[in-house]
Design a protein around this ligand. Structure first.
Ligand code: UT7
Length: 338
């Protein structure tokens, strides 16, 4: 699925992120499974990650991020009419985490649902919110991307536990006076789904609750290096832009080697690329918003900056979005026209 924005100007007016307090270093990890700081850093670029406590659920981690996003957008919770939470680790399947967040913040006018697209979830969710606003169904949307993958990992499997971390981010999306999203490209390949799966999580293996997340790392690596490049190029072509136009590249933070490969293949200067996988590991749906927040903290999300985001993950899925950053909210509240 691919499309460019046309006349609709819809952007991000607020961004917030949050991670659990507990830091787990590679040395901590080596006390749990047979691994080493050296192996993890060389193969993935990860130094540490955040791990939620037993009591913490996704909505607890996401809530401060949502509050910050609302504050930056100057939005009252009552104005939010759509909440989409992209996650594979909701508090529970239902009630959805989006409905729980909407209730906690008294978003009484909001439709609320969770969205499953693996680590690509945030990309899918922002494109859905974009479509809802462009079609006139929503005026102000809250999109949350977050995961506590530590809760569904097999803590005896060294090939997966070292890769992932917990975290969440949130954005407010609405019509903007200038800038905004230029286009999206999304895709899925269910045939590859077996390479990254959580068999005990649904109706097929419901009698096997111990069946935790499983991954064929090499296959996912091959898939990742391919789609990180093809998806980014497709959305750029669709929007009539080239890689030289991109000011900030925000790739999914799965593995530094995957990012380096994509950077090299796309031909984007490394200094335009955001990397924080060293501090957070792969936070799944939280990855892109956490990287956006780092780019903002470094002063890179200036008004008008062209930002390219690409995610990939379970499904297998991928998705890219191109946005011109930072236009102020449109005063008339309409999706079309400047
Ligand atoms: O959002 C998408 C999420 N997933 C991903 O992005 C994952 C993509 N895949 C990868 O990032 C990489 O394939 C990994 C980081 C998972 C693995 O790196 P690799 O270079 O493909 O290593 P490998 O699987 O080929 O394993 C090399 C060796 C194996 O030992 P032998 O068979 O060569 O003796 C593994 O058993 O490394 C061993 N190994 C480890 N050793 C120490 C695997 N995990 C570990 C570990 N510590 N944690």
């Amino acid at each position: 699925m691919i499309g460019s924005a046309g006349a609709a100007r819809i952007g991000i007016t607020g961004l917030g992120v949050n991670v659990p307090a507990r830091v787990m270093t590679n040395d901590d990890m080596s006390k749990i499974v047979d691994t080493s700081d050296e192996w993890i850093r060389e193969r993935t670029g990860i130094r540490e990650r955040r791990i939620a406590s037993q009591e913490e659920a996704l909505s607890d981690v996401a809530l401060p991020a949502v509050r910050d996003a609302l504050a930056e957008a100057g939005a009252d919770p009552s104005e939010i009419d759509l909440v989409i939470c992209a996650t594979v680790t909701p508090d529970m399947l239902f009630p959805t985490t989006s409905a729980l967040l909407a209730d906690t913040l008294a978003m009484r006018q909001a439709a609320a649902y969770d969205l499953l697209a693996g680590c690509t979830g945030f990309m899918y969710a922002i494109s859905q919110a974009y479509g809802m606003i462009a079609a006139g169904l929503s005026r102000k949307a809250l999109v949350v991307g977050g995961d506590l993958l530590s809760k569904i990992l097999d803590w005896d499997d060294r090939s997966t536990v070292v890769l992932f971390g917990d975290g969440a981010g949130a954005v407010i999306m609405e019509p903007v006076a200038s800038g905004g999203f230029l286009g999206f490209e999304l895709g899925a390949d269910g045939a590859g789904g077996i390479h990254l799966c959580y068999p005990g999580s649904g109706s097929r293996h419901f009698d096997d609750p111990e069946s935790m997340l499983k991954m064929n790392g090499r296959e996912v690596f091959k898939f990742a290096t391919r789609v990180m490049v093809t998806s980014a190029q497709a959305v750029l072509d669709e929007c009539g832009k080239t890689i030289d136009d991109v000011d900030v590249y925000v790739p999914h933070q799965a593995n530094k080697r995957i990012i380096d490969y994509a950077v090299g293949k796309l031909g984007i200067p490394p200094e335009r690329t955001v990397v924080n996988v060293d501090r957070f590991g792969n936070t799944s749906s939280g990855s892109i918003p956490l990287a956006l927040a780092d780019a903002r903290a470094e002063g890179r999300l200036t008004e008008g900056a062209l930002v390219l985001m690409t995610g990939m993950g379970a499904g297998l899925t991928w998705g890219s979005a191109l946005i011109e950053w930072g236009g102020p909210a449109a005063s008339n509240g309409r999706a079309n026209g400047a």
